[in-house]
Structure formats: structure tokens, C-alpha cells
Design a protein around this ligand. Structure first.
Ligand SMILES: Nc1ncnc2c1ncn2[C@@H]1O[C@H](COP(=O)(O)OP(=O)(O)OP(=O)(O)O)[C@@H](O)[C@H]1O
Ligand SMILES: [Mg+2]
Length: 310
């Protein structure tokens, strides 16, 4: 459904997207994750034909987004980061206007607008002025707009941005439901949402793709890396140095706790469990040790690890 090849974007001297390539198959719900400034919006704007790339290609359902822009865009429902709505229009009137702009005839417009009002839960506010709507309802209008021409593919840029937990849940349910009949590429910061709704995640950072896999596989890979946490009554630098001398230990991060206790986050070779080695070390030096356990990584840990700046 989406084929991206070596896509690059330079803004006046700054390279925001650095030769990324990826595919999204028909029927997938893919989460597009990355920290602020990673290049998510830039990528999505190129995919939807709003921003010309510096180099590289993007195809939507086989159509080149720039050379066959009309055909490609017909396949896409795009909800931008800041949904531009006409404040002085009423909800239904706005959707009618957008449907006509997208080339739907009168009959089809009436039919589709009535369908998307229903799908997006907008029936009760259809006669309200857009400027009087809450943020959650405005997002729904943006989604209804993206859906009105009945596209196969939805590209959503942070659809839950700025919403309260109830509204986030409602939009998440809506996206999940839409995923039954659409291909979806959705950028978001909310990792929990991704785990619940997406079949796959693509992690982007500094304009490059760092990972692309199912949430479960990413977490599994991280687990295999072997991470242990220990709390010991000792100065952090002293113990970190001693741990660093153990062969299998690759990296130690320290944290100072209360009353002289320190917490050690220990990264070891793949598959290696260093709990016992740490316990022995503590015994050898006579350091009181109150806990040592293997970390169960979360998608958040994967995200932090892949996008860490140090
Ligand atoms: N119009 C522009 N002109 C110059 N630089 C830009 C422009 N738009 C974005 N950038 C820069 O390109 C980089 C990527 O920005 P982009 O908006 O794509 O990131 P993002 O991943 O969507 O971030 P966020 O999570 O904050 O929405 C950033 O360094 C940003 O400052
Ligand atoms: Mg953005």
C-alpha cells in the first residue's frame, strides 16, 4: 500500500529526513514513533503529496505520489498534525464542503457525510459551529474529513495530541475500528496506544529509521540483551567500576537513592544473566545488597534505547 524508497528532505541546510525506506502492506496498522523533531511530520507530509522530497520516491497503491499525485491522493485520507478547520462553518456544512472539494458529486456527498458523521460520533454536533467544539470533537471532525472520500489508506499525524484520557480512549477505539477496513499509518507519542492498536511499529530518530517490527518482537529483542537492576549500599562509582571489570557486563548506569543506597542498571551481553555475578561481587566486598532482578522491558524502554542521545 505504501512503498517508500530512499526518501530524503533537506530544509535550508538542515537534513530532516535521511534516506528512509519502508513498506506498509494492505491491512496493516503501523505506528510511526519518534521523539520531537525526528522527522515524522516531514515524512507524512511527503507521503501525502504536500511536501516535495529532496530525493527518493514514494508510491501509494502503486501510484507515484508526485508524478501520479491525483490518483495517489484519492487513495489517502490524511489528518495533519494541526487540523486546519474552518471555525465559522458548521460541522456538516464543513464536511459537505470538503467532500465536494475532493470531487464527490451531490448524491455521494450526502451519503458519505452522513456515514462519517455516524462513524466518528459527530451526529449530535453536526449543526454546531466548529469554533464552539472541544478539542476532542475537533479531532473527530479532522478524522471525518480524512475519511469522507472513502480512502483505503489513512495517514494520521498524532491524532490524540492534546486530548484528555477519555478522549484518547475514544479516538483509539475509533482507529482500531477503522483498522478493520483500512490500512493505517499513525504517528504518535503514546506507546501504550501503539501496543494496543498497531501490528507493527517503525521507530524514526534524527531522520533515520532505527527499527521496524511488531511491538512484541521489539520487546523480545530487548529482553534478549540482558538487563539487570540491583540496589546496593555502596557509592555508585565504586561499584560501577567493579562491575565494569566483569567480562560479560557491557554498560552500567547508576542512580543515587536515599541513605547511601545506589541503584545499578546493568546491560550485559546478549542472553547473559549477570544476577549471580553481581550478588557474588557484593558478597566479596561485603556490600549490603537488598535487591537484584532481571528487567522486563517495555516498548517504552525500546523507544528510549533506540532514540537515546548519548
Ligand atoms: N518548514 C521547515 N523548515 C525548516 N525546518 C523544518 C521545517 N519543518 C520541520 N523542520 C525541522 O525538521 C526536523 C523534523 O521535523 P518534523 O516536524 O518532521 O518532526 P516530528 O517528528 O514531526 O516532530 P514532533 O514530534 O515535534 O511533531 C526538525 O528538526 C524541525 O525543526
Ligand atoms: Mg510532528
Amino acid at each position: 500500500m505504501i512503498e517508500v524508497h530512499q526518501l530524503t528532505k533537506f530544509y535550508a541546510g538542515h537534513q530532516a529526513v535521511r534516506g528512509i525506506s519502508f513498506h506498509v502492506e494492505r491491512g496493516e496498522i503501523v505506528g510511526f514513533l519518534g521523539p520531537n523533531g525526528a522527522g515524522k511530520t516531514t515524512t507524512l507530509r511527503m507521503l501525502t503529496g504536500y511536501l516535495p522530497p529532496t530525493s527518493g520516491t514514494a508510491r501509494i497503491a502503486g501510484y507515484d505520489i508526485f508524478r501520479e499525485s491525483l490518483e495517489a491522493r484519492r487513495k489517502i485520507g490524511y489528518m495533519p498534525e494541526n487540523v486546519p478547520l474552518y471555525d465559522d462553518m458548521r460541522v456538516r456544512e464543513y464536511l459537505n464542503f470538503r467532500a465536494q472539494l475532493k470531487g464527490l458529486d451531490g448524491k455521494r456527498t450526502r451519503q458519505r457525510v452522513s456515514e462519517v458523521l455516524d462513524t466518528c460520533g459527530l451526529e449530535s454536533v453536526k449543526k454546531k459551529m466548529i469554533k464552539t467544539l472541544s478539542k476532542g470533537y475537533r479531532q473527530r471532525v479532522g478524522l471525518a474529513d480524512a475519511l469522507v472520500h472513502d480512502p483505503e489508506l489513512l495517514i494520521l499525524d498524532e491524532p490524540t495530541n492534546g486530548l484528555d484520557p477519555n478522549q484518547i480512549r475514544q479516538i483509539r477505539e475509533l482507529i482500531k475500528r477503522l483498522g478493520e477496513s483500512h490500512t493505517i499509518l499513525v504517528s504518535t507519542h503514546i506507546l501504550h496506544e501503539v501496543e494496543m492498536t498497531c501490528n507493527r511499529v517503525i521507530i524514526i530518530d534524527s531522520g533515520k529509521i532505527r527499527a521496524s517490527d511488531t511491538p512484541a518482537n521489539l520487546v523480545q529483542q530487548m529482553r534478549a540483551a540482558g538487563r539487570v537492576t540491583a540496589e546496593i549500599l555502596v557509592a555508585p562509582t565504586v561499584a560501577a567500576e567493579a562491575m565494569g571489570r566483569i567480562d560479560r557486563i557491557k554498560k552500567v548506569r547508576t542512580e543515587e537513592l536515599e541513605d547511601g543506597w545506589s541503584r545499578f542498571h546493568v546491560l550485559s551481553d546478549s542472553g547473559s544473566d549477570v544476577r549471580e555475578a553481581i550478588a557474588q561481587l557484593a558478597a566479596q566486598y561485603g556490600w549490603p545488597l537488598r535487591t537484584v532482578y532481571r528487567d522486563e522491558p517495555t516498548l517504552e524502554d525500546v523507544f528510549v534505547e533506540m532514540t537515546r542521545k548519548d
